[in-house]
Design a binder for this molecule. Structure first.
Ligand code: URA
Length: 242
């Protein structure tokens, strides 16, 4: 059981004092009855409505976002639109953040959650959860580049990367390639290709572990992960899907 004002805060973006004000003003019903006491104890499974909108209690939320280019991959920014700003009103709640970063000009799969422990497990360098990307390069690859990726590219600043998987999906002068990384360094794909004399013209993340971006999800939109999708992030069989 939890206080109603606390319950409301955990499931929406309202602050504790706003929750108290809304409750006292009669905007909140619990199991069909208006409740004007912020201290009222409620079950997690209680049927709570705020201004006529039903709120379903969820301990944590997990949203798949198909990120468009041009959106900053952080929780908040005073000037620029962020991935969290793309959430529809009913999906907004306190503490949501992108689990892992994509560059502003990168497209594709981002997980938005308020579950810090889950994000930590997913991003932990010790777990080596693979991230799969598609990239368009400015010029074809050669055997030297392919070998550098197999061995683990050495970046211009001397940083040694772990071996990465690389395969060409289409080669028409500006190849479309697939890369699988087992770590997450700053601008890693762009820097890895720069180290072999290639420029990344377009970049999209298509999978994290066994979680594949839903290609029916339009850019800029979110949908909740299913329980199976959530667990698939840690599916070690991912690399055999390539
Ligand atoms: N590597 C990059 O260079 N950029 C990204 O956004 C992700 C991986």
């Amino acid at each position: 059981m939890e206080r109603l004002d606390k319950w409301l805060c955990s499931q929406t973006t309202v602050t504790r004092s706003e929750a108290g004000r809304l409750i006292r003003a009669g905007c909140v019903t619990v199991d069909g009855q208006v409740c004007r006491s912020p201290a009222q104890k409620v079950e997690p499974a209680a049927q709570v409505m705020l201004n006529g909108r039903a709120l379903t209690y969820e301990r944590h939320v997990y949203w798949m976002l198909n990120k468009p280019a041009g959106i900053l991959c952080v929780s908040r920014d005073p000037k620029v639109q962020t991935v969290v700003d793309l959430l529809p009103e009913e999906a907004r709640r306190r503490g949501i953040f992108p689990a892992g970063r994509l560059d502003k000009d990168t497209h594709g799969l981002v997980l938005l959650t308020d579950d810090g422990a889950f994000a930590h497990a997913m991003l932990s360098p010790r777990r080596h959860v693979p991230k799969r990307y598609h990239a368009v390069l400015d010029k074809p690859l050669d055997d030297v580049a392919a070998e550098a990726f197999r061995a683990g590219p050495l970046l211009a600043d001397g940083t040694q990367c772990l071996p990465a998987q690389l395969r060409v999906l289409q080669d028409n002068g500006r190849p479309l390639v697939e890369v699988v990384l087992y770590e997450g360094k700053f601008h890693q794909i762009k820097r890895m290709f720069a180290a072999v004399g290639r420029h990344v013209e377009w970049l999209k993340r298509v999978a994290i572990g066994g979680l594949v971006l839903d290609e029916t999800l339009p850019e800029g939109q979110v949908r909740p992960l299913t329980e199976a999708e959530k667990l698939s992030i840690f599916n070690e069989n991912f690399s055999t899907n390539l």
